[in-house]
Design a protein around this ligand. Structure first.
Ligand SMILES: [Fe+2]
Length: 342
């Protein structure tokens, strides 16, 4: 008899007998993300709107149709890049379910006989409610992709530093650079808190400690994705997006001229279009540290151009951080450079 590992490997390659598609469907409620959970009437099992594909339908069309049939919700905005596939064995053979993320503004749900109840739940509530580990693992990915604020806790700055040392401790230059970026990011975040801007300063500092952790694997344009992978694998997916966004700085990877495959992988890992204030502070801090030295954004750009030539990437990135600087100074009401002693 084949081992369960052999069966799994075989199933990963086989043509599934049935394909279904559905949504991690959410709505925003006063800044908090709430996901729709449905309980299946037959087994009273919690899950998400989903169903079998009909002939000629794309999987996104299936997910939309099934959601409308099962919940009455027809207004759904589909997250462009998130797509996760799960495979498991059912009586009818090998089944594949594809999940997307979908946002709605609707809150009223009209159930079909297939489900007995429904609830809009927070990230933590969903995690505690789901009964299958594999489905929970995919849901966690959705939360990380959406940068659900509930995922942005669990690591203190010193734990972030410890994780960096564990992976990149052998590279003294990475540790020294990161130490200064963390100090700058902390100063910016603390200043925001002082003037009453809602910022999680610990989150900002922890992200700063982790932003370059991927340099333990690669120093080139692959380090953001490597970092994202390391932080996610360490069990802290909420802290992983900064590994990519400190690099893309709110710009699309295509615009920055990054390789197509790499750009797609970055988009799939997290929502790059939602460039939160905290992430912006980390990106800004990183753009003001050359090696271990605090410098102005202009000096940092000149340094990069002197070393690598005038690459379009640096120009785009420079423009992006200049915009963050303007926003920061408007909101905080003080000059960025004098605040940092430049
Ligand atoms: Fe950096």
């Amino acid at each position: 008899m084949p081992s369960s590992m052999e069966t799994k490997a075989k199933d990963a390659l086989a043509q599934p007998d049935r394909v279904a598609a559905g949504f991690f469907l959410f709505r925003r409620d006063r800044g908090e993300i709430r996901y729709l959970v449905l309980w299946n009437a037959r087994r009273d099992e919690p899950g998400f709107p989903k169903g079998h594909a009909e002939k000629g339908e794309s999987l996104r069309e299936t997910a939309l149709r099934e959601t409308l049939e099962e919940t009455g919700v027809g207004d759904v905005r589909i997250g462009m890049w998130f797509e996760r596939r799960m495979r498991y064995r059912v009586r009818a053979g090998l089944k594949e379910v594809v999940y997307f993320v979908g946002e709605t503004t609707a809150s009223d749900v009209t159930l079909s006989p297939e489900h007995s109840r429904a609830a809009w739940m927070t990230y933590d509530e969903v995690c505690a409610t789901l009964t299958h580990d594999s489905l929970r693992a995919e849901f966690v990915r959705a939360g990380a992709y959406l940068k659900d604020a509930a995922l942005r806790r669990g690591l203190t700055p010193s734990q972030g530093r410890a994780l960096l040392i564990q992976h990149a401790g052998a590279d003294a230059s990475v540790v020294a650079h990161t130490t200064e970026v963390a100090a700058v990011a902390r100063a910016l975040a603390d200043r925001c808190v002082e003037v009453g801007i809602e910022v999680n300063a610990d989150f900002v500092e922890t992200c700063a400690w982790l932003h370059d952790i991927g340099r333990s694997v690669a120093h080139d344009e692959r380090h953001p994705l490597e970092g994202h992978r390391i932080v996610t694998a360490a069990g802290h997916p909420g802290y992983a997006p900064t590994c990519i966004s400190h690099y893309t700085k709110g710009r699309s990877p295509q615009l920055l001229g990054l390789d197509k495959k790499l750009a797609r992988a970055m988009h799939e890992a997290c929502d790059l279009a939602t460039f939160g204030w905290e992430e912006q502070l980390v990106a800004l801090a990183d753009a003001m540290v050359a090696g271990t030295k605090r410098v102005t954004l202009e000096a940092r750009r000149d340094d990069l151009v002197a070393r690598h030539g005038s690459v379009a990437f640096f120009e785009h990135a420079h423009r992006a951080v200049r915009e963050i600087r303007v926003l920061f100074e408007q909101r905080v009401g003080s000059d960025l450079y004098s605040l940092l002693g430049l």
